[in-house]
Design a protein around this ligand. Structure first.
Ligand code: F6P
Length: 356
């Protein structure tokens, strides 16, 4: 068996990717005498056989760097844009894996990457993965790296919006990322003291939100902060989603949802309303200490798995331990916020309006 391992980062970038690469690399190089090569731009680089050798100097000084030193893309092995067409390039990827004489491949990514990695494992490759995403929607791990940094950025935004909303007696709506789940909105909304938090898991009613804001006005509170997850939908949209072709219609509606919500709340409450869409700033910059620690622990545990020649799993964080979980269990399902989650319950108890 060769001692050559490949690594790649796939999907949206996330703070903590470089510290994870560093931990996999340092453990493999120093403890196991392996060679590590990094494929560039995710699965595309593996398909085009573009890589760099990740020697000691490559792995030094990167723990604080955001993004990924390897570059990333959303290209999937089985649906790769090539020459203007979408092609299944799995065979080329498998061929490159063998022609490079790799003994294994480590894929760092979110939910989509877990699915694509599992496909490659089924095609016969030795695969291990690490969970990265600001959305925190990967199952079987309590947390993914990147989430803590994004939480810090979004919470700071909620904090800062308080003073301007209060000065102008306005409603300010902050839209966070999070794809189809509400972890980022719930966490930052709760930590930042938002008055209304809207999550994809609980479709909202505009009248319920307006009533909560008007109640605050009667109590003498002349501003309100609304945190809305990018995937949150109204009850009306939830009904549309159930119709034929509804999924696409709702996707379209989501593009203007926050602006529409602002208009509706302004009409219903008579309060001037403004919108802030936080966007990619949530994924940028240096990782928090927690994300550096988590990604380092996941990365070094992954290297140990490689040294034991054990494959086909994602390193997960469960009950204060890093454990491997079979890829077939993590590929596919999405970790939504359960209705009875303790953060949802405490939000309700302290009087946060969840829109329903
Ligand atoms: O999965 C991370 C994420 O930032 C989501 O929160 C967001 O919906 C999506 O990626 C944005 O994707 P892209 O980088 O392709 O625009």
């Amino acid at each position: 068996m060769s001692k050559l391992i490949g690594i790649l980062t796939s999907g949206g970038d996330t703070p903590g990717l470089n510290s994870a690469i560093r931990a996999v690399g340092k453990t493999l190089l120093h403890e196991g005498g392996y060679t590590l090569i990094g494929f560039l731009d995710g699965f595309r680089g593996l398909m085009e056989n573009r890589y760099v050798e990740l020697n000691d100097s490559y792995l030094s000084g990167i723990i604080t760097r955001g993004g990924t030193i390897l570059g990333s893309s959303r290209d999937k092995p089985h649906k790769m844009p090539v020459g203007g067409k979408i092609m299944d390039m799995t065979d080329v990827i498998v061929e490159n894996y063998y022609s490079n004489n790799l003994s294994g491949l480590v894929c760092l990514g979110g939910g989509g990457t877990q699915k694509n990695s599992y496909r490659l494992a089924k095609a016969g490759l030795n695969i291990l993965t690490l969970p990265k995403t600001i959305d925190n929607d990967i199952v079987h791990t309590e947390v993914s790296f990147g989430y803590d940094t994004a939480m810090m950025i979004a919470t700071e935004a909620v904090d800062r919006l308080h003073s301007t909303a209060s000065s102008h007696h306005r409603i300010i709506i902050l839209e966070t990322m999070g794809h189809k789940v509400g972890w980022l909105a719930l966490g930052s909304g709760l930590a930042g003291g938002a008055d209304v938090i809207l999550l994809p898991e609980f479709p909202y009613d505009e009248q319920v939100i307006a009533d909560a804001i008007l109640r605050r006005s009667r109590e003498g509170k002349r501003f309100s902060i609304v945190v809305v997850a990018e995937g949150a939908i109204s009850k009306t949209m939830a009904k549309i989603r159930e119709e034929e072709g509804g999924e696409e219609k709702v996707e379209l509606m989501l593009k203007t949802r926050t602006a529409e919500l602002a208009k509706t709340l302004e009409q219903m409450t008579g309060r001037e309303t403004r919108v802030t869409i936080l966007g990619y700033v949530q994924r940028g910059g240096t990782p928090t200490p927690y994300d550096r620690m988590l990604s380092t622990a996941l990365g070094s545990r992954c290297a140990i798995e490689i040294m034991k020649d054990k494959w086909g799993s994602m390193m997960a964080f469960q009950h204060n331990k890093i454990v491997p979980v079979a890829l077939e269990k993590v590929a596919g399902p999405v970790k939504y916020i359960p209705t009875d989650h303790y953060l949802v319950e405490s939000a309700r108890k302290i009087g946060v309006c969840l829109g329903a």
